[in-house]
Ligand binder design. Structure first.
Ligand SMILES: Nc1ncnc2c1ncn2[C@@H]1O[C@H](COP(=O)(O)OP(=O)(O)OP(=O)(O)O)[C@@H](O)[C@H]1O
Ligand SMILES: [Mg+2]
Length: 323
């Protein structure tokens, strides 16, 4: 049985002012014990998808099953099987981590004694034992994210949903969380996470769906996605704008990215001299040229037409590539 089976789900928000098709048509399958990454920019529909799959938002169309249970008609059963760490959590900052774990365990129906044990176990698991008596408002971003993760694990869910678990964290804290998520997967938990970091999807997810503008535009393992581009990526760099413009007329299949032109070809290393000759014949000065295997970044550019940069700044990390 699949851990998650999503078929053509849709979400339309309707208000007097506007109609927003947040999720237009999203389908994917997640096998048990996998880490599945939903990769996409701000506003792609990631959180809306997670909210529907975790029964917190009703679907407008299509259907989704978690471990065989339908999110619409069997929502209570679904909630028993899943853990969720949302992007915007309403955690009570005035409580300590120990109090939060204990209260959450009690809410899930554990006895007092079991709740104390579960609290100690999970504090240890997410590395918060030492800080457990401190109010959560004194925690760093990384500690709060580890707390969110820990709280989503209280009732030992089989399927875990994490909405942008590492957004805003420094690279070191991000790695710590990646290791924790991998350990959970290795312990048999199925993980569905959203991210806007290419590196995160590449490193962490066993399979990836790229979501853009409410639609899944590509799906597969990181290697499959890269292979789907085929061949090598040749990158030319130019120092002057005029050379860049002239070069675009020569390398007509090239895609511009700032002062670079990229082109995907079979057997890149062999083709480089050919292109260099064409450019130098026209007196175009190239500042550098290289060939490399496609990255997930190249895949993203190909399927969406723009680049998703792994920046921490949520407002500026989507950059349209001019053509
Ligand atoms: N309750 C709502 N009412 C109206 N529109 C909404 C609502 N929730 C989300 N949207 C819109 O739906 C689209 C998708 O939003 P969503 O939060 O799912 O994106 P996201 O991929 O999670 O983005 P981010 O990376 O910024 O978290 C956006 O255009 C958003 O403005
Ligand atoms: Mg979101």
């Amino acid at each position: 049985m699949l851990a998650v089976e999503v078929k053509n789900i849709k979400k339309t928000f309707q208000s007097k002012q506007a109609t927003v098709e947040a999720v237009k048509d999203v389908s994917f399958e997640v096998r048990k014990g996998e880490i599945f990454g939903l990769l996409g920019p701000n506003g792609a529909g990631k959180s809306t998808t997670i909210l529907m799959l975790t029964t917190l938002l009703q679907v407008t169309g299509g259907s989704a099953k978690i471990l065989g249970y339908d999110v619409s008609s069997q929502d209570k059963l679904v909630r028993e099987k899943i853990g969720v760490a949302l992007q915007d959590t309403g955690i009570d900052n005035l409580l300590t981590a120990r109090e939060l774990f204990f209260t959450t365990a009690r809410l899930w129906g554990y006895s007092k004694e079991d709740s104390i044990n579960r609290t100690n176990e999970l504090l240890e698991l997410v590395g918060l034992t030492e800080a457990s008596e401190r109010r959560v408002k004194t925690y760093s971003g990384g500690m709060k994210r580890r707390l969110d993760l820990g709280l989503s694990l209280v009732h030992s869910p089989e399927v875990l949903f994490l909405d942008e678990p590492t957004t805003g964290l420094d690279p070191g804290s991000r790695r710590v969380l990646w290791e924790e998520i991998k350990r959970l997967r290795d312990g048999g938990v199925t993980v569905i996470l959203t991210t806007q970091y290419l590196e995160e999807a590449d490193e962490l997810a066993d399979r990836i769906a790229i979501i853009d503008n409410g639609l899944v535009v590509a799906e597969g393992t990181s290697d499959e996605l890269k292979a789907s581009i085929g061949g090598d990526v040749i990158t030319f760099a130019f120092d002057s704008d005029s050379d860049l413009k002239l070069a675009l007329n020569v390398i007509t299949e090239g895609v511009q990215d700032k002062n670079l032109i990229r082109i995907t070809v079979e057997d890149g290393a062999r083709k480089i001299p050919q292109y260099v000759n064409q450019l130098t014949e026209k007196n175009i000065e190239i500042s550098s040229v290289s060939a490399s295997k496609p990255t997930l970044d190249d895949v993203f550019l190909k399927v969406t037409g723009y680049r998703l940069e792994g920046s921490d700044n949520k407002e500026t990390n989507v950059e349209k590539v001019e053509d």
